[in-house]
Design a protein around this ligand. Structure first.
Ligand SMILES: *Cc1c(COP(=O)(O)O)cnc(C)c1O
Length: 468
């Protein structure tokens, strides 16, 4: 057929709009979006004709097919759920902690109505947004007072700015850490206006090193939990108790950036190298900061607990307004903390804690189920259940390897990298580990009900790989 003839046969937007499938689409989607998609589909067809990639066929049918595809792609949310098959429980790029059922319900309730965010319903006057979580934090950690800001980096910034603006903060060289995503302790300190005074060496710092550095301009002694790495071997660190004693003697506040914020003792589950917030407060630390979405298993947030006199000063700091936490976070945080009131139940209701302590044996059945189902949809692949290790992630528990079960998929002549890419771009998106030519799916981080979705995603990815 002649080029001109084909171009004349190109349907108009109105003609496509009249097609039955498109009429249905207009009802289920938005008209303007569909029209935009039709224009794009026709444009693509015109280009294909001019480039002689199309030399005949039913152009209307092709335009309808493309319109459906383009609209579906446009309707897909940019920000959407991902199935985490990596075995990294707190994956910062995947949104860290999954919220508990109670926390999700709380968010939904508060999001859809007015609320008492800053209104004291008892007294009928303006209230504080922190009031919703302070008594819970007092009960759970034994703190005098508490407040919450946007994240732990903000918490550290606020604490230093409040206690040590234009003053010196003493910190061990072994704790000048970077926590990924460019959170570097020295840089945050600089931003706060506190002057960093480094003491000791990378591997050894004694309480005497802090004592020697103290002068009339010292604003705080800071201990930073080296969340994402450990210095092992020939090492020494001043203990929290030693710093507290020194701080008392010199009347200088002791601040600990704890990072993770564990509220339950997990030693009997093999998680041994992480102090709880309660322990440190009991030892006398004046101010502790930690994240809401690491081991606590709640929403993103920076929780500050400790002495009331210092927290009162932080609440009055103008920076607080810029760092403040929103109502949805507070809703999720209150619910997450309420779960902790029952220290046994929280190990099941909090998804992060549950994933961290689930024994490998409990994952075996799920792994076998996944293997059987995958054998059906990937008949040519070699699929096995193997023992492996999961990670806490999110800069928490760097030395804790958690034994787990994984399903490994060897796709033979099909590239595992290509398959993983198709899984990633699928709907729902799936992230897996790729190692030594195999796809590795860790059962630990799969949520209830995700095995079936995962199997479907693998079938689609396999189809997509074969279509090229
Ligand atoms: C993770 C971490 C931070 C940063 O916390 P965010 O909540 O991600 O801002 C700061 N300090 C330590 C020790 C951490 O582990």
């Amino acid at each position: 057929m002649h080029l001109q003839e084909l171009l004349r046969q190109l349907p108009s937007v109105d003609e496509i709009l009249l097609q039955e499938e498109i009429q249905e689409l207009v009802i289920s989607s938005q008209r303007t979006l569909v029209v935009e998609s039709i224009r794009q589909a026709i444009g693509e067809l015109r280009e294909a004709i001019l480039e002689k990639r199309i030399v005949g066929g039913d152009l209307t049918e092709q335009a309808v097919k493309r319109t459906l595809e383009i609209t579906a792609a446009k309707e897909k949310f940019n920000f959407r759920p991902v199935i985490n098959g990596t075995g990294i429980v707190l994956h910062t790029n995947l949104g860290r902690a999954v919220l508990s059922e109670k926390a999700r319900e709380a968010v939904q309730k508060i999001a859809g109505s007015y609320n008492n965010l800053e209104f004291d319903l008892e007294r009928g006057q303006r209230g504080s947004r922190y009031s919703h979580v302070v008594s819970l934090l007092q009960k759970l950690t034994g703190c005098e007072d508490a407040m919450v800001v946007n994240n732990n980096a903000a918490a550290v910034l606020l604490v230093l700015d409040t206690l040590a603006r234009d003053k010196e903060v003493i910190v061990s060289r072994g704790q000048l850490v970077e926590i990924g995503g460019s959170f570097r302790v020295p840089e945050v300190m600089e931003a706060s206006g506190a002057k960093l005074v480094e003491v000791g060496t990378t591997n050894k710092t004694y309480v005497g090193d802090y004592a020697k550095a103290i002068n009339e301009n010292t604003g705080a002694l800071l201990k930073v939990h080296t969340s994402n790495y450990r210095i092992v071997g020939f090492t020494h660190d001043a203990t929290t108790a030693e710093l507290v004693e020194l701080g008392r003697e010199k009347q200088i506040p002791v601040v600990e950036d704890l990072g993770s914020g564990l509220l339950v003792d997990l030693r009997c589950f093999g998680i041994t190298d992480e102090p709880t917030v309660q322990q440190l407060l009991e030892e006398g630390v004046d101010i502790i900061t930690f994240s809401g979405d690491k081991l606590l298993g709640g929403p993103q947030g920076g929780i500050i607990v400790g002495k009331k006199e210092y927290i009162d000063r932080m609440k009055r700091n103008p920076l607080t307004r810029a760092l403040r936490v929103d109502k949805l976070t507070l809703a999720a945080l209150e619910a997450t903390l309420r779960d902790y009131l029952d220290p046994k139940q929280v190990l099941l209701s909090n998804p992060t804690l549950r994933m961290l302590i689930t024994p490998a044996e409990h994952l075996y059945k799920g792994a076998e189920k996944l293997k059987t189902a995958l054998n059906e949809v990937l008949p040519k692949a070699t699929i096995n259940v193997e023992q492996d290790y999961s990670q806490a992630g999110g800069g928490s528990l760097p030395l804790t390897n958690i034994p787990t079960y994984v399903v490994t998929i060897d796709l033979g002549s099909i590239s595992e990298k290509l398959f993983a890419a198709k899984l990633r771009k699928g709907d729902p998106a799936v992230l897996v580990r790729v190692s030594q030519g195999k796809i590795i799916i860790d059962l630990r981080t799969l949520l209830p009900g995700e095995i079936n979705q995962l199997v479907k995603a693998c079938r689609e990815a396999y189809k997509a790989v074969q279509e090229g």
